[in-house]
Design a protein around this ligand. Structure first.
Ligand code: 9J3
Ligand code: ZN
Ligand code: ZN
Length: 300
């Protein structure tokens, strides 16, 4: 009778056993790779899109294809605008951002930010104000009205997580962003860009705030606007100041990679709680396009 067990392994069996070990190792590796994003998503239900890199935050478009819809100027509370949002229905809800232009300007002056930020995984509305001469307080109310419209009345309401909202704005719209954050502490982030406001001190702001100043701004000089605004926000609030090197008041009015990459990182970090973006914010950024940076690292 031929024994079926306790043979010395043949060459072919040794080869098969070795293959089995390799297969097991590959399976474990594969499981590890697959478990990574799943485990992270379970920890943070708001994370959207792939892991970021320097090039992904600098790119003119991010991971998501973007659709848009126009909001009539007859809407109540603000002057209408354009909503940019990720086209997909497969990734759940997104945070939302309202963006105001500055004094005398139309939404077209800040419109480049709409698709650029939406393509990273946000619903974005670029607004017109009721009149082009509205002051920062009025722009604050209109930013808030635009967010209310987005989550309550808009065609994209079901794509938005109403607890994850943010504001941005240029000049008097930036002053409006600070004021909106002061009025609505439940906002998750505020990004005033070369902001202008008569009120220089904001000790009540608890919303994480990224202030952009421009070194050569003669309309809202950083020493009397962006810097005192930033400095007056309590140190207990997550805050950052980025001064654009050699830039003027109008830097936020055309595509600007420095504004985009740190705005995306700030929104991801505080609207989505996505700590994968901490690497771009802390330690404080230091690159040739930046004159000066201040901030309250570590974040959170
Ligand atoms: O929104 C802005 O550009 C504010 C700068 C400005 O012209 O203020 C003067 C009243
Ligand atoms: Zn400089
Ligand atoms: Zn400075």
């Amino acid at each position: 009778m031929r024994p079926t067990t306790s043979h010395p392994p043949t060459r072919r069996r040794r080869a098969l056993r070795a293959l089995g070990v390799v297969a097991t190792m590959l399976t474990m590796l594969g499981a590890g790779v697959l478990a990574g994003p799943t485990a992270a998503a379970a920890q943070n239900p708001y994370e959207r899109g792939p892991a970021p890199s320097e090039s992904s935050i600098e790119a003119s478009r991010g991971h998501y294809d973007v659709s848009s819809t126009i909001v009539s100027s007859l809407v109540s509370g603000f002057g209408g605008g354009t909503v940019y949002y990720p086209t997909t229905r497969s990734d759940g809800t997104f945070g939302a951002v309202a963006i105001s232009p500055g004094y005398t300007a139309a939404q077209s002056s800040i419109q480049w930010l709409g698709p650029r930020i939406a393509s990273q995984g946000f619903v974005v509305i670029t607004i017109d104000t009721n009149t082009r001469w509205d002051q920062p307080s009025q722009r604050a109310s209109q930013l808030e009205a635009a967010l209310d419209y987005l989550v309550e009345d808009s065609d994209v309401a079901d794509r938005i997580d109403p607890g994850r909202l943010a504001v941005m704005g240029h000049s008097m719209g930036g002053g409006g962003s600070i004021e909106a954050a002061d009025e609505r502490p439940e906002l998750q982030a505020s990004i005033p860009m070369t902001p202008w406001h008569l009120d220089k001190t904001w000790p009540g702001v608890t919303v994480p705030t990224l202030v952009f100043g421009a070194e050569n701004d003669s309309i809202a000089p950083v020493y009397s606007h962006a810097e005192p605004f930033y400095n007056s926000i309590p140190d207990s609030t997550d805050k950052m100041y980025i001064e654009l090197d050699g830039a003027t008041h109008f830097a936020p009015n055309t595509s600007n990679t420095t504004i985009a990459k740190y705005s995306i990182s700030w929104l991801k970090r505080f609207v989505d709680n996505d700590t994968r973006y901490d690497q771009f914010l802390c330690p404080l950024p230091d690159e040739s396009a930046i004159e000066e940076t201040r901030g309250s690292c570590p974040l959170g």
